[in-house]
Design a protein around this ligand. Structure first.
Ligand SMILES: Nc1ncnc2c1ncn2[C@@H]1O[C@H](COP(=O)(O)OP(=O)(O)O)[C@@H](O)[C@H]1O
Ligand SMILES: C=C(OP(=O)(O)O)C(=O)O
Length: 572
């Protein structure tokens, strides 16, 4: 924690007094306008969903409008428009029953004591989980192995659904030690953190990081559990840090410990992480989520290790360290995607920076064609309550509107009381929000190099074509590359990605708008197209007479010797 955020261009945050790197001027989140309205009669008569109609307004428009007949009319128009968009996005929405096929934004679920059984994995998958996350900060290899085996078993027996597996490294995180039982700490009382092992009393608890005493200074603010409790450092000895409790609460075992404005001076990948990474290679998992990445070097190191092992595992960088912010661009460039890990991010940096960083990271990933996940506290209250707060619902809607590939559940599914309800809420909110998105920001640098990148040109034009006609897109891919590229253009319709690799099918489960399907390709392109279309028809994913945009391109186009790259419209 010796590296205070300091070098480079620094901006003194006037309200918090913390030193912050100057972020790019942020584009404020789009403003929404909610009419305090009655449900118009016409909607009631037609038995339409009594949903509040949201619409994008320019910033200059006023916030609240009185309800007059014109507005009711406009409201009905807006509602119809949304219905049409919904229809455009999902040509056959009415005949689909499975949540995963219609929702575009994916759901990552952390698996823990509440969900690590066969019954719960199956139920989570059916409720809408797309990615199972294993947090290596908890559990052991045997318990994670059991979950991996169960997810693979689910995938093997499920013909029309796939769950990706993400292994989240513990990283150089600083945690308090084990306690025989939770202790209550009152504001104003003294409390000590020590680097001595095995201490867990009412007055003092161990910290798992030997340089803790060297890294913190008198006056530093310590945050426990992402800021649920805070302490100010009063004095230090050779092995202990004496603090005063600022915001008290219940201290449980193995809680996160952050020092405001500082990152731990530890390597991003620790010995334990390398051990866990090898465990991931042995189990052919799909993604690593790498904790506390501070620069691109660590991503290069991991990628070259994976290459040497011949492992096809994608690397998602967790943006949670103060030190990562100045290196965001190079870190994301080196990776396959990023996770906005808001828990630690909001502890290392002032919390008011978190929404701005979330927007900036999503924008950056989108512009670079990388996956992006928004994580932590999304439905936190549902760990103990069966319904979410309205603020949590809004938080999910914002991440969806900002264009995240996926939203994540942590404690809600790992140790919460209502894991299935949490997934259902996330599913419903994402689906409802997606139906109101009229146009999404197009990737800025994708498509600029059309002359060099045939695939990008095809992805761009296939998207334009499917959006204009209101069709789904059907793509054939061996590596997943073309499906991922299409996903970054965010077509309104679903991307049905046919692949002859089970691993690729599983990985594509993370990507926004992609519905992966395993299918063996035949040597004949026409025969394969026909097989794919009849698969979609048989599964109720497209209807007879409907058009689909068919894409045959990518880095390794299939049937290249027989036919050229092409996009075409086919009638089912
Ligand atoms: N594999 C596991 N075994 C036991 N408990 C777990 C596991 N995964 C998660 N949890 C519990 O769920 C909580 C929330 O999960 P997560 O946000 O991933 O963890 P953390 O914030 O501790 O890194 C954890 O603090 C822990 O109590
Ligand atoms: C996702 C996060 O990481 P972890 O759950 O490992 O603390 C976070 O800090 O928000």
């Amino acid at each position: 924690m010796a590296q205070v955020v300091s070098a480079g261009s620094v901006n003194l945050c006037p309200t918090s007094g913390h030193e912050l790197r100057k972020l790019k001027p942020s584009i404020l989140p789009p403003k929404f306008h909610q009419h305090p309205r009655r449900i118009p009669d016409v909607r009631r008569r037609r038995n339409l969903a009594p949903a509040v109609t949201t619409s994008r307004l320019s910033r200059s428009e006023t916030a609240v409008l009185p309800v007059v007949p014109e507005h009711l009319l406009k409201e009905e128009e807006e509602f119809q428009q949304i219905k049409n968009i919904h229809h455009k996005g999902n040509g056959s929405a009415s005949v689909w029953s499975k949540p995963n096929e219609r929702r575009k934004t994916k759901i990552v679920c952390t698996i823990g004591p509440s969900t690590n059984t066969k019954e719960m994995i199956w139920k989570l998958a059916e409720a809408g989980m797309n990615v199972a996350r294993l947090n290596m900060s908890h559990g052991d290899h045997a318990s994670h192995q059991k979950v991996i085996d169960l997810v693979k078993e689910y995938n093997a027996q499920s013909k029309d659904n796939a769950i990706a597996i993400m292994l989240d490294t513990k990283g150089p995180e600083v945690r308090s030690g084990d306690l025989p039982q939770a202790i209550n700490l009152e504001s104003g009382q003294e409390f000590t953190f020590t680097i001595k092992r095995g201490v867990g009393t009412e007055e003092c608890v161990s910290v798992n990081y030997d340089d803790f005493v060297n890294d913190v200074e008198v006056g530093d603010m310590l945050l426990v559990d992402g800021g649920m409790m805070s302490f100010v450092v009063k004095s230090k000895t050779a092995d202990s840090v004496k603090c005063e409790v600022v915001d008290g609460g219940e201290l449980k075992s193995r809680r996160h410990l952050n020092v405001r404005g500082k990152s731990a001076t530890l390597p991003s990948i620790t010995d334990k992480d390398w051990d866990d990474i090898k465990f991931g290679v042995d189990n052919k998992i799909d993604f690593y989520a790498v904790s506390f990445v501070k620069d691109a070097d660590v991503v290069h190191e991991l990628k070259s290790y994976l290459k040497n092992c011949g492992a096809d595992i994608h690397v998602i960088v967790k943006i949670e360290s103060a030190d990562s912010i100045p290196n965001l661009h190079s870190i994301i460039t080196a990776s396959d995607g990023a996770m906005v890990a808001r828990g630690d991010l909001g502890a290392e940096l002032p919390i008011e920076e978190v929404p701005l960083l979330q927007e900036e990271i999503i924008r950056m990933c989108r512009s670079m064609g990388k996956a992006v996940i928004v994580a932590t506290n999304m439905l936190e209250s549902m760990i103990v309550h069966p319904t979410p707060t309205r603020a949590e619902v809004s938080d999910i809607a914002i991440a969806v509107r900002e264009g995240a590939d996926a939203v994540m559940l942590s404690g809600e599914t790992a140790h919460g009381k209502f894991p299935l309800k949490a997934v259902k809420v996330m599913h419903t909110v994402a689906l409802r929000t997606e139906a109101t998105i009229t146009e999404s920001e197009k990737p800025t640098n994708l498509g600029q190099a059309f002359t060099n990148h045939m695939s990008e040109m095809f992805a761009y034009h296939a998207t334009m074509m499917s959006n204009t006609l209101g069709t789904s897109t059907v793509v054939f891919t061996r590596t997943g590359f073309m499906a991922i590229l299409l996903s970054h253009y965010r077509p309104y319709g679903t991307i049905f990605a046919f692949t002859d690799e089970e691993r690729v099918k599983q990985r594509l489960a993370l990507y926004q708008g992609v519905c992966p399907v395993y299918m063996q390709f035949s040597d004949d392109a026409e025969e394969t197209f026909a097989k794919a279309i009849s698969y979609l028809q048989n599964h109720g994913m497209v209807k007879e007479g409907e058009e689909v945009a068919l894409v045959q391109s990518g880095r390794q186009p299939i049937w290249r010797s027989h036919s050229t790259h092409n996009i075409q419209v086919r009638k089912v």
